[in-house]
Design a protein around this ligand. Structure first.
Ligand SMILES: *[C@@H]1O[C@H](CO)[C@@H](O)[C@H](O)[C@H]1NC(C)=O
Ligand SMILES: *[C@@H]1O[C@H](CO)[C@@H](O)[C@H](O)[C@H]1NC(C)=O
Ligand SMILES: *[C@@H]1O[C@H](CO)[C@@H](O)[C@H](O)[C@H]1NC(C)=O
Length: 817
């Protein structure tokens, strides 16, 4: 149908078809006759567009019609056919225009495509010729000469081309011929030409029938009867001043405006010279728009005209004198456009929402902007208001794409209301606006961020397992699961143990729980890493370090290093009988594994043989004589010492200190017991017995000599004063002893130290390491210099060595003797 209809039309209207032979680029043309049945197929659009018919509905293909325009065609989504959707009446659509076309735009989305299709409506012979009147009345004087002409208005046929009026036939008669004037550019009319003179006396009235015929395949015809009254006199026809009156009229002209004034003159006088004006053959629609004042010839505007509906009007007018002689003219009214239509903005397609990672330059939406005015009044400028990352790009004709210009960030702006304003260039310009709502959808582009750079958690030792010790918080501004944060611990190893056996974290809340009970004395701090991960795919994460500090609790009681806390210990301190008030007798040494306040120790004598004889330094643990020792004091003095730490709920330990007030080892009764215990070998036992007796003998001897010497020099207490002093070099470096209140300022534990000055420890070699291995709770200090061994002071050593040598020498002499 596309080609056949087309070529048939071309046969007859070569000129107009030429226009169609060269359609604008990409246009698809169809040609169909008017009045086809609804549903008839015009052509296969899918095939002509090279599109698979199945994708038509998927791509939302549609015919784009002006909002006021009527839809005559439609697309059959199943077959891809273009079908007739409404009655197409060529005459109703296009009137007398030779070329009648329907123009559509086919819009396809995904990707966006636009095709123009042109459907030419060809004429069929569906209208008969008709005359403006049924009867034309003429009055002709009998004096009219042969060849006189009388104008008859032509017949009209709404069809065009061959289907319009092609010829006239006048009924056979004795007087008249009919001639039709059909000169291009001039008013068409027919004339009755008098061939044989009339004779009023023979025939007063002549009746003729004029038939107009069109040239359709099955021709149609219309007729008018002409009544001619034969008159007596002769006169002049009225004459219009112009054959065509051309006027311009603004489309917004008010009702009642005089559009034009017709003027015709008649040379006759009286009734024969009086001219009246009438419309010729015009449609009833036009009669409603314009009225012609028959007396004055004023053409008055009776209804509003609209340039957008019709741009020119052609009115046939005639003037007549009283005798019925008439002449014809034409009024051509050109309507001037006025900017009375604001542009209309239509949203043709919209991708909503758009993901925030849409690259700049992406097409988001397509709008079409139409203005029904013409020329400058339909020139449109279109802008988007506000500071938004979108611009309009003109794509085809009046189609604009909304295109992104920059990066979008949903976390910053999640939706846009784009206000688009279209303004035409008329004076004054008209504009209209439309708001397009575009929302931005989320993409997982933000990693969770912790509120702090790092976290510190403090937990007191001996905590209950399961206690919450801290919490971390991370925030992620993304949407829904892309912003949902889950917390996990990095599975590292701290202090040779998996971190999961120390801590656990609540994945949702970030609260960190201790899994086990901590011991400050084992370790004081450790670091763990917490990862915050969102739920997007792929997920994003960040991590933070949580430092866990274990704080001390007073859970270790003081450990007494000296004297050995064992109650059965036979360690006895010898106190010289001549000890004066304030002299140092012994020292209790204790340590506490806790730290700070919890390890500050204080010493107290809780029980003593003679309460007034000895005192202990509250913080130093030094036992000193309160007064000079006298002969009356008991030789054996026992003290019970309590050592207490300074914790909230203090812990304490006690020990026994046995003091022997004596200057002589032989006076020590308990020594025998000790020897019993320490010796298993009988030989050794006897040797010792021998040694002791020999020693006693010689000692008495030597003491006598020494006493003799000393008495001469008057120098008492030579041996013992030096023996009980504490050389400060033996104190560990981190031990601080403070005068006055005697509080310890060092924040460290006592790392342990020993005292000497005891006769009974003469042969003992005591090291710090021995103490730790027995106590089991004391930590080895990292500083090896703290590990010390103590001997007696060098001076006393020499004295004792020489004494021993003397013993052995005496013994050998004795044996030999
Ligand atoms: C856009 O308009 C809608 C409805 O008028 C409103 O609810 C919304 O808040 C607006 N958004 C912005 C970003 O202005
Ligand atoms: C999360 O982000 C992904 C892309 O990273 C996106 O496809 C998804 O729609 C987002 N989810 C939500 C709830 O917005
Ligand atoms: C923690 O974050 C740093 C830098 O942000 C990264 O280099 C490291 O790999 C992360 N550690 C873990 C265990 O994810």
């Amino acid at each position: 149908m596309k080609t056949t209809g087309f070529s048939a039309g071309c046969l007859f209207f070569g000129l107009s078809c030429f226009y169609f032979m060269v359609p604008s680029n990409g246009d698809i043309s169809y040609s169909i006759p008017e009045e086809m049945k609804i549903g008839s197929v015009i052509g296969n659009l899918a095939k002509d567009l090279w599109i698979n018919a199945k994708t038509l509905s998927m791509r939302k293909s549609r015919l784009d019609v002006d909002d006021e325009g009527k839809r005559y065609c439609d697309i059959d989504m199943k077959t891809g056919d273009l079908t007739v959707a409404d009655r197409i009446d060529r005459e109703g659509l296009c009137g007398f225009t030779t070329v009648c076309v329907l123009k559509y735009e086919v819009i396809l989305e995904n990707p966006m495509e636009m095709h123009r299709i042109v459907v030419e409506i060809t004429d069929i012979n569906d209208n008969s010729p008709s005359f403006s009147k049924d009867v034309v009345k003429l009055e002709i004087r009998e004096s009219a000469v042969k060849g006189a002409r009388y104008a008859i208005s032509e017949a009209q046929d709404a069809d065009i081309g061959t289907n319009s009026v092609q010829n006239y036939k006048l009924q056979d008669n004795a007087y008249f011929l009919f001639k039709f004037h059909n000169n291009p550019g001039q008013e068409k009319y027919g004339e009755l030409i008098l061939e044989n003179e009339l004779d009023r006396e023979r025939e007063q009235e002549v009746r003729l029938l004029l038939i107009a015929m069109d040239g359709g395949n099955s021709p149609r015809s219309g007729s008018v009867s002409i009544h001619i009254t034969v008159l007596d006199a002769n006169d002049n026809s009225p004459v219009f001043s112009k054959s065509v009156y051309k006027v311009r009229l603004r489309e917004d002209a008010p009702l009642g405006t005089t559009v034009a004034t017709l003027n015709a003159t008649d040379a006759d006088e009286g009734a024969n010279g009086k001219v009246i004006y009438e419309f010729g053959h015009i449609s009833s629609d036009l009669r409603e728009v314009f009225t012609l004042e028959s007396e004055t010839g004023n053409l008055i505007l009776n209804a509003n005209v609209d340039y957008e509906r019709q741009t020119t009007y052609e009115l046939k007018v005639e003037c007549k004198d009283g005798a019925g002689l008439a002449s014809f003219a034409k009024v051509v009214i050109d309507i001037d456009d006025v900017n009375d239509n604001a542009p209309t903005i239509q949203l043709k397609s919209l991708n909503d929402p758009i993901p925030e990672n849409t690259p700049p330059g992406s097409e988001v939406s397509i709008i079409s902007v139409q203005d029904r005015d013409s020329e400058k009044n339909r020139q449109i400028r279109c802008i988007i208001h506000g500071d938004v990352p979108f611009v309009l790009k003109q794509s085809i004709k009046n189609y604009f794409s909304i295109v992104t210009t920059g990066e979008l960030d949903r976390e910053f702006i999640s939706d846009y209301n784009l206000t688009i304003t279209a303004t035409d260039e008329g004076t004054p310009p008209l504009s209209s606006s439309k708001t397009v709502h575009i929302s931005v959808s989320d993409v997982n582009d933000n990693a969770p961020v912790f509120e702090k750079q790092n976290y510190n958690a403090f937990v007191t030792e001996n905590n209950r397992p399961g206690t919450s010790i801290s919490f971390v918080t991370a925030s992620d501004p993304d949407w829904m699961q892309n912003g949902t944060v889950l917390y996990t611990l990095v599975p590292t190893v701290v202090h040779d143990t998996k971190v999961s056996s120390f801590l656990s974290i609540n994945a949702d809340t970030g609260v960190i729980h201790a899994v086990r009970s901590f011991d400050y004395e084992k370790f004081r701090n450790f670091n763990v890493q917490v990862i915050a991960r969102d739920n997007g795919s792929p997920p994003l994460s960040s991590n933070v370090t949580v430092s866990v500090f274990i704080t001390d609790e007073n859970d270790n009681s003081p450990q007494i290093l000296y004297p050995a806390p064992d109650e059965k210990s036979l360690m006895t301190e010898m106190v010289p009988k001549a000890a004066l008030s304030g002299s140092l007798v012994s020292k209790v040494i204790a340590v506490d594994a806790d730290s700070g306040q919890n390890s500050w120790l204080s010493y107290q004598i809780v029980k003593s043989t003679d309460s007034g004889l000895f005192s202990i330094g509250l913080h130093s643990g030094e036992i000193r004589a309160l007064r000079d020792i006298t002969e009356s004091d008991s030789m054996k003095q026992n003290l019970v010492i309590a050592v207490k730490d300074n914790g909230q709920s203090p812990l304490s330990a006690t020990c026994f200190v046995y003091l022997l007030i004596s200057d002589n080892l032989s006076e020590v009764p308990e020594l025998k017991d000790m020897a019993n215990e320490e010796s298993n070998s009988k030989l050794t036992f006897y040797l010792i017995i021998a040694l002791v007796s020999v020693s006693t003998f010689f000692l008495t001897f030597i003491i006598l000599i020494v006493a003799l010497k000393f008495c001469q020099r008057r120098k008492p207490r030579l041996l013992f004063d030096g023996a009980v002093t504490f050389p400060s070099a033996y104190l560990p470096p981190n031990y601080a002893e403070v005068d006055g209140a005697g509080t310890l300022r060092s924040s460290y534990n006592y790392d342990g130290y020993l005292t000497t000055g005891s006769r009974t420890s003469d042969f003992k070699f005591i090291t710090y390491n021995d103490c730790t291995s027995t106590s089991g709770t004391l930590k080895k200090s990292p500083d090896d210099s703290n590990i010390i061994s103590l001997f007696d002071s060098g001076d006393s050593q020499k004295v004792w060595c020489s004494t021993l040598l003397a013993y052995y020498f005496a013994f050998i002499v004795f044996v030999v003797v």
